[in-house]
Design a protein around this ligand. Structure first.
Ligand SMILES: Nc1ncnc2c1ncn2[C@@H]1O[C@H](COP(=O)(O)OP(=O)(O)OP(=O)(O)O)[C@@H](O)[C@H]1O
Length: 141
């Protein structure tokens, strides 16, 4: 049973497009990533003309430790406040039963880690590339 803090649904303020906070408004498509207690799926937002998004669905019942649950809430709050082109933000989040849904922009190229691995499968050789990634990461931080 999820007994963690259940803050209400969260949305980004000041956005022109309001992302709905109802699971029924999202058509779930194929899984694009997963972990021990979360799955990330591509989805379409029905009220916004089928706009493609990524939805991370976290099973809070499986996240036994309450501090882990609170970390999830903190992760969502931070993601919704983020406003930097180098960082992945969240459009909104809400709960459905014992799951926490985080709606995000869909990154078709995958994570920075995946991009780095596919470009340099044998490790980094190019110092300019390393400097570029570090500089852009630090800008985001
Ligand atoms: N917005 C997104 N767009 C496209 N793919 C994504 C998106 N978010 C996550 N993914 C994919 O799903 C995988 C798992 O995402 P998740 O957020 O669970 O990763 P994580 O940050 O490594 O996990 P954790 O938060 O448990 O440490 C990512 O490695 C990535 O491939």
């Amino acid at each position: 049973m999820w007994k963690g803090k259940k803050s209400g649904p969260l949305t980004r303020r000041g956005r022109k497009r309001e992302f709905p906070i109802r699971a029924a408004d999202y058509e779930l498509l194929e899984p694009i990533g997963d972990g021990a207690t979360a799955v990330v799926r591509r989805a379409r937002c029905r009220p916004l003309g089928g706009e493609v998004v990524a939805v991370k669905i976290m099973n809070m019942a499986q996240r036994a430790e309450s501090d882990v649950q609170n970390n999830a809430s903190e992760e969502v709050k931070t993601m919704i406040m983020i406003d930097h082109p180098n960082l992945l933000s969240a459009y909104c989040s809400f709960t459905k039963g014992e799951t926490l849904w985080i709606v995000m922009p869909y990154m078709a190229g995958g994570s920075c880690y995946h991009l780095m691995k596919s470009s340099y499968p044998k490790g980094f050789e190019d110092e300019n590339f390393i400097a570029f990634v570090l500089r852009e990461t630090l800008k985001g931080l």
